[in-house]
Design a protein around this ligand. Structure first.
Ligand code: FES
Length: 107
């Protein structure tokens, strides 16, 4: 049996969220960190799995976001731990652009 197609929620106009942008959005009961890098748009839970730091405020480089609180790092594409502090993966969300809006999969 096929699972239902995910629903997407519009967050921000693409023109207002250029490459280099990162920001947290409240989506239902979740806080989602949205990133726009040269590699594309990525979304993941904003709360670092180490101790809850805001990943949307982390340093982004080479497809990895590094939490500012203690340095845990996560791959934007997969949410997997990528640094010396091993943490459980953070949840990622599908992102799409439709009619000029960046949309994220409903958590
Ligand atoms: S809360 Fe993110 S590294 Fe500790």
């Amino acid at each position: 049996m096929d699972s239902p197609a995910p629903k997407f929620v519009p967050l921000v106009a693409l023109t207002a969220f250029p490459v280099g942008s990162a920001r947290a959005f409240e989506v239902g009961s979740a806080t989602v960190a949205l990133f726009h890098t040269a590699e594309g748009l990525f979304a993941m839970d904003d709360h670092c799995t180490h101790s809850g730091g805001p990943l949307s405020e982390g340093d982004v480089r080479d497809g990895v976001v590094t939490c500012r609180w203690h340095g845990a790092a996560f791959r934007l594409a997969t949410g997997r731990s990528a640094g010396v502090i091993l943490c459980r993966p953070t949840r990622t969300y599908a992102v799409q652009v439709r009619a000029g809006w960046v949309e994220v999969e409903e958590p």
